[in-house]
Design a protein. Structure first.
Lengths: 126, 140
């Protein structure tokens, strides 16, 4: 790393940063996907339950009785929110991936030029 | 000797690949353990439902409060179960419906477990192949 020109070191650092951003986004996306699946399943199962079934909402360790319709509405809202967040994260992921590819190409070109210059300088040095 | 730098590069690549496979393997094993814990949790619920079948109102039982301790309780609504659906929602269902929900969850979890175990096998084999290849390079 110390032997590399500062410009390439800088590009490499940027590439690593973008890679970390991409990993963080993938992790966030995974979590939102999981929450979305959980909400969809809860919604599906609640819709299958009889209309007069007692429904409870968790409040810490307590379960508090709630109206089935209210809980259905809350779950629909939750699902919509997760959908929006997931789309936004996918767009961000796409942008970061593009930036990563761009930086990777730039770095490859810079390294190629450096190697070419090194090979050209070899015989002259002798 | 002329091929030494190429070998070093290949060796570095092999080591990096092996590390990535090892990380993937660790993650898959963690996932399999979590799924196994969930299967056991569902089994405990199914077993409890079987034990409660046929019990009538007023039947005495002990409810665990943690630390191996219990409080006295009596069944007030026999044949009904409060089933957690996820997302902080719990619904009262007939014991038979609750059993069907748990059995369906178990089937789903077993499917995930089988897929994860299959992936562990594949990643494990690939990791072993990479390690053997790395050993060959070292012996050269």
């Amino acid at each position: 790393m110390n032997e590399l020109p500062p410009q390439i070191q800088n590009q490499l650092a940027q590439l690593q940063q973008v890679q970390q951003q991409a990993q963080a986004l993938i992790q966030q996306k995974g979590q939102v996907e999981m929450l979305l699946r959980e909400t969809e399943r809860a919604l599906e199962e609640l819709k299958k339950s009889p209309e007069d079934a007692d429904v409870y909402r968790a409040a810490g360790e307590l379960l508090i009785k709630a109206k089935r319709e209210d809980v259905l509405k809350d779950l629909e809202e939750k699902k919509d929110n997760f959908d929006v967040r997931l789309k936004s994260l996918s767009r961000q992921e796409e942008r970061v991936q593009q930036r990563f590819n761009q930086l990777q190409d730039q770095l490859k070109q810079a390294l190629g030029k450096m190697q070419g210059a090194g090979a050209g300088a070899g015989p002259r040095a002798e | 000797m002329a091929t030494a730098p190429a070998n070093e590069d290949e060796m570095r690549e092999l080591v990096a690949k092996a590390q990535a496979y090892q990380q993937r393997l660790d993650l898959l094993q963690q996932q399999a353990n979590l799924v196994q814990v969930s299967v056991e949790d569902v089994d405990r619920a199914l077993k409890a439902l079987d034990s409660l079948e046929g019990q009538e109102t007023g039947h005495e039982m002990l409810v665990p409060i943690g630390a191996g301790s219990f409080v006295h309780a009596t069944i007030s609504r026999p044949g009904t179960v409060l089933v957690g659906l996820g997302s902080g929602v719990t619904v009262e269902r007939k014991a038979a419906d609750a059993k069907a929900i748990f059995q369906s969850r178990r089937t789903e979890l077993e499917k995930v477990l089988a897929e994860t175990t299959g992936a562990i096998g594949q990643v494990g084999n690939e990791l072993m192949r990479l390690q053997q290849e790395a050993q060959k390079y070292q012996q050269q």
